[in-house]
Design a protein around this ligand. Structure first.
Ligand code: SAH
Length: 265
């Protein structure tokens, strides 16, 4: 009798367990039952027109090797950009033979085209990705803008001296840097209609960071600007805005830039 009870209990137990086993969903819970999420497709690489020049390519190659790589510019895209843009086209005719010297050169109206190393260094600091929107204050010759245009198609540049701004715009168009947008204005105010920007580069020295520029910088953005008194050594400052909008700045090196002025001439 006792054996029978045990046997029945085992049988019932097996049936219950079987029911549970049989009744259990054969597939895992619904999460895994859903069709697999489509693979995140990598965005196709951005394409835009950038002109190419063979003239004086060897001078540019040497400039990059000895003045940039030998120092601390190592970002490949920046080095490629500096090898590509025909710097001699951005200096006055009589100075073309000296276009690749390790110093700034006069471009008229009391202004200068920056030393190649400074252009490369500031470009590297901006850490641009193709597609980023970048604003330059101080178009000057248009050279820095052309270097930026090698890295992203969204370049905006402002010049306060009308003659220089007009000349640079015509030069950039003639050379084929057609993606660069130029305007003549006081760059202190930035370009709010085109912002916010992933990066801002100021190529004239300001007493302090203009608040409108800081406002037009995206969270996660970088702003590179020489800060200090005109006619003296200034601090090249990198200002970053984090994803929460918090701003930090640090001094990178001593530099000498022409001053940021406030009146369109
Ligand atoms: N980036 C230039 C060199 C700039 S020299 C190049 O690659 O050639 C600095 C320039 O800033 C000068 O042309 C000067 O006229 C301009 N500048 C000075 N104050 C300015 C302002 N408030 N807004 C825009 N440009 C300004």
């Amino acid at each position: 009798m006792r054996q029978k009870v045990v046997a029945v209990a085992v049988l019932v137990g097996m049936l219950v367990a079987g029911a549970w086993l049989i009744g259990r969903p054969r597939t895992a819970p619904s999460v895994a039952a859903e069709p697999p999420a489509p693979k995140a497709e990598a965005a196709p690489p951005l394409k835009w027109d950038r002109p190419r020049f063979d003239v004086r390519a060897d001078e540019r190659r040497d400039m990059v090797r000895w003045q940039l790589e030998r120092r601390d510019v190592s970002d490949k895209a920046t080095l490629d950009a500096m090898r590509s843009v025909p710097r001699h086209e951005f200096v006055p005719k009589g100075l073309q033979g000296r276009a690749h010297d390790d110093n700034p050169l006069p471009i008229g109206h009391g202004q200068t085209i920056s030393q190649p190393y400074i252009v490369g260094y500031m470009t590297q600091v901006l850490a641009l990705k193709a597609g980023d929107k970048v604003l330059e204050i101080g178009t000057g010759s248009g050279y820095q803008a052309a270097v930026l245009a090698e890295l992203t198609p969204n370049v905006y540049t402002i010049e306060i001296v009308k003659a220089l701004g007009d000349e640079a715009k015509a030069r950039l168009e003639k050379l084929g840097y057609k993606t660069v947008e130029c305007k003549v204005a006081d760059g202190y105010h930035g370009w709010p209609e085109k912002g916010p920007f992933d990066a801002i580069i100021v190529t004239c020295a300001a007493g302090s960071v203009p608040p409108p520029l800081l406002k037009q910088l995206k969270p996660g953005g970088r702003l590179c600007i020489p800060v200090g008194p005109p006619g003296m050594l200034q601090d090249l400052v990198l200002v970053t805005k984090d994803s929460k909008g918090e701003v930090r700045s640090r001094s990178l090196m001593g530099v000498a830039f022409v001053p940021l002025t406030r009146e369109v001439r």
